[in-house]
Design a protein around this ligand. Sequence first.
Ligand SMILES: Nc1ncnc2c1ncn2[C@@H]1O[C@H](COP(=O)(O)OP(=O)(O)OP(=O)(O)O)[C@@H](O)[C@H]1O
Length: 225
Amino acid sequence: MSIDFSDVHVRLGERDVLRGVTASLSESRVGVVGANGSGKSTLARLINGLAVPTSGSVTVLGLDTRRKGPRIRRDVGFVFTDPDAQIVMPTVAEDVAFSLRRSKLPRAEVEQRVTEVLGRYGLAGHADHPAHHLSGGQKQLLALCSVMVLEPRILVMDEPTTLLDLRHSRQVAALLREMTQQVLVVTHDLPLLAGFDRVLVIDDGRVVADGAPDEAIAFYRKLMA
Ligand SMILES: Nc1ncnc2c1ncn2[C@@H]1O[C@H](COP(=O)(O)OP(=O)(O)OP(=O)(O)O)[C@@H](O)[C@H]1O
């Protein structure tokens, strides 16, 4: 099983953010939906050990996130909601290349991989532009490039389309379909989940529905009505 939550509780301050989440996620495309503040981001952050359970356990690719966080983060790419938080270098190409700084790849190989990934995600013409001058949507694509250039085995995305216009949202949806990685996406963008294998609905820290997208989303709509 790739991602396993076993009776996971997370308490932050005075709040029980997750309350007994158990799920084995091996499907290729998994969506997570739920109200604001229901615990979705926390659930996502548990997968690469950025958050750890107060009780229960999370294992990813057979490794416990409490003990093997750094190892797991090599296999799990994480795209945050706020792309500014992920930009670390002045230009677009430098920012993507920064992800490969520990790879020990020759410079030409790094450049080739950077060029390839920028081309794949529609940023080829922006390689030498200041990263902070990109539009919000382009920054989200840059964050995706910086993660995908590392060829992770699992990709976790927390609201990856919030800043994207319709064209770019559709582009990301199409790219998601093509990825060979296992992908888990937290989103309020329900059309993004078309064709997904499984959708979890989180409410007040619990999984309240879990199944095929149509059924899970119908449940979510009723919950929000
Ligand atoms: N470090 C923290 N200390 C205390 N409470 C926290 C902390 N981090 C998150 N929370 C609370 O935990 C709850 C769940 O937060 P989380 O970000 O997981 O929700 P979410 O479902 O992703 O929400 P949204 O859809 O608004 O992004 C929220 O009420 C939030 O205020």
